[in-house]
Design a protein around this ligand. Structure first.
Ligand SMILES: Cc1cc2nc3c(=O)[nH]c(=O)nc-3n(C[C@H](O)[C@H](O)[C@H](O)COP(=O)(O)OP(=O)(O)OC[C@H]3O[C@@H](n4cnc5c(N)ncnc54)[C@H](O)[C@@H]3O)c2cc1C
Length: 511
């Protein structure tokens, strides 16, 4: 079948792009699970936009650049903050019920933002509301949606993306779809890690298929670890939003002593990498697997009204957060890196676009500012669709990076392939919050051997494992190459930033 647009992924990036693209041609949305299984639906804090009194896109830009530790692409970040208000209006038009107070939009405050600028919906249920609003509208529209359909390969013909090969994940049947424009919106790779806030579907498929097709990928060493995920015995990892700290919650050790002021003058609202490493240090010193986030000094009604999901989730697991502190630890949360694009979402392959968490346009640099990721998805998805209209069928591509390197391709080997949990433990222990040369080299050797040992994938788990191993390699190799510490990437053996490293690490496979 041939379409004007193939969109891979049904999170906010994919569905929002589809809702815009349907005005201009036939649209096929492919998604490997049910339509609403994605990271988007778990987003709690909200979406950033400088729309409040005293705030401005310029101030938002300054905060974004400061968080990104020297690697933010200023042009892309300026677009992000300038086009924010218009994209928020689109989301409201598509039915997202943003919270308001006395007729004015309600704005929360999050770490490293100088102003209250986080729009939310249903308190901490922002992502669920976004996903439901967009997917309901998409289902009622002229968009063709194929669920349980995993994209496993991009078809490139004469240097131009021509469509995708997919696998029906229930019958393992392959199928090929063609399109003038192929848009990757396949989300992140948080499933690389043992402790992760990410959905089961976040297995780095977008980066893996793009890299295999010959597109450039960038910044794979920068993985954001969220400082505060719930660590209750028996309860699945669950995010305790940064907005909870924004409302005044305090991080304390096992003796109830506050520790963040020791690490940063912004205390609990320092940027995520600083808070995550501080918790990591406190946990290591105490030999504990968690610290505590204390909300007990806040009015109980405020906590339950502002954070209904967190409050009820903890209560279901026997913890009343208005009376007891919450045990928390860091968890893998967000991939700053991804398929390299220009500010129009064009990858280095003509006809192939990427947006959302699987893409890397450079707005986050070495560290994402909280709530900028949902914003990035819509700002750049809109630009992708706009670009497809301007190119009159003559697809363009982002310029290639001359210094991009390729991974060594492994041959076949007889050692046993890993299972997903072995891979996740390796990444958590060796390519995690705190890195060091020797463990990184060990990880790369293990990943290389596993890549060689993997049988050709024939079902969804097989494809996901192969994609995770490839993303793990891209991430570990970049982390070893970057001999410095910057943003979310921290090396014990190179603990400071170095001026020579104000540049990006880009991989491109020779095809
Ligand atoms: C717990 C949590 C809380 C968060 N809170 C916030 C927040 O408050 N504010 C904020 O800005 N950001 C937040 N984030 C980050 C943000 O939610 C994500 O970056 C964003 O939702 C990504 O959107 P996306 O559309 O790119 O990817 P996703 O929403 O993850 O969607 C990816 C889609 O691609 C599909 N897919 C994947 N592989 C394939 C394949 N091979 N074939 C076909 N389909 C495929 C998936 O099934 C899914 O439909 C949070 C993330 C998490 C995990």
């Amino acid at each position: 079948m041939r379409y004007d647009y193939i969109i891979a992924g049904s999170g906010i990036a994919g569905l929002y792009a589809a809702l815009l693209a349907r005005e201009h041609g036939s649209v096929l949305v492919l998604t490997k699970g049910s339509i609403d299984e994605c990271n988007t639906r778990y987003a709690q804090g909200g979406i950033a936009a400088a729309v409040g009194p005293g705030d401005s896109p310029e101030l938002h830009l300054q905060d974004t650049i400061a968080a990104g530790a020297g690697l933010v692409d200023e042009e892309a970040a300026r677009i992000l903050v300038t086009e924010a208000a218009e994209r928020i209006r689109d989301l409201a038009r598509f039915g997202v019920p943003f919270d308001s107070v006395d007729g004015e939009v309600a704005l929360g405050r999050e770490g490293a933002h100088s102003h209250a600028r986080i729009l939310h919906a249903g308190g901490d249920a922002t992502g669920a509301h976004i996903e439901l609003s967009l997917s309901s509208l998409a289902r009622m529209s002229n968009i063709t949606i194929k669920e349980y359909c995993q994209v496993e390969e991009i078809v490139v013909s004469g240097g131009v993306a021509a469509g995708v090969v997919t696998l029906d994940t229930r019958t393992n049947t392959p199928e090929t779809f063609e399109a003038a424009s192929t848009i990757l919106a396949m989300g992140g790779c948080g499933q690389l890690y043992r402790v992760s806030t990410n959905s089961e579907v976040a297995t780095g498929d977008g980066v893996a298929v793009a890299y295999r097709a010959g597109a450039e990928v960038m910044d794979m060493e920068f993985i954001q670890f969220h400082p505060t995920a719930l660590r209750l015995p028996g309860a699945p990892v669950f995010l305790i939003s940064e907005a909870v700290r924004g409302e005044g919650a305090l991080l304390v050790d096992g003796n109830g002593a506050r520790f963040m002021p020791k690490y940063d003058e912004r205390g609990e609202l320092a940027s995520r990498d600083i808070v995550a490493r501080a918790i990591h240090t406190e946990m290591a010193a105490a030999g504990a697997d968690h610290v505590y986030l204390d909300t007990t000094h806040l009015p109980a009604e405020k906590v339950s009204a502002r954070f209904p999901q967190i409050y009820s989730y903890c209560l279901e697991h026997g913890l009343d957060i208005s009376k007891e502190p919450i045990p928390v630890s860091p968890a893998a949360h967000y991939a700053m890196g991804g398929v390299r694009t220009n500010v129009w979402g064009e990858t280095t392959i003509r006809g192939l676009y990427a947006c959302g968490e699987c893409a890397c346009v450079g707005v986050h640099g070495a560290n994402r500012l909280a709530s900028n990721s949902l914003l990035e998805t819509v700002v750049f998805a809109q630009r992708v669709v706009q670009r497809t209209l301007e190119s009159d069928g003559r697809n363009r591509a982002a310029e290639r990076t001359p210094e991009a390197g390729a991974l060594n391709e492994p041959g076949r080997a007889g050692s046993p392939p890993p299972d997903r949990s072995e891979l996740q433990s390796l990444m958590w222990d060796n390519v995690g919050i705190v890195r060091d040369g020797v463990p990184l080299r060990e990880a790369i050797a293990a990943l290389f051997a596993w890549q060689a040992a993997l049988p050709p994938p024939s079902d969804r788990p097989g494809h996901e494992l192969a994609n995770l191993v490839l993303c793990g390699r891209l991430s570990a190799e970049a982390a070893l190459i970057r001999e410095e510490s910057r943003g979310a990437h921290y090396r014990l053996d190179f603990p400071d930033p170095r001026d020579g490293w104000l540049r990006h690490i880009v991989f491109r496979r020779d095809v």
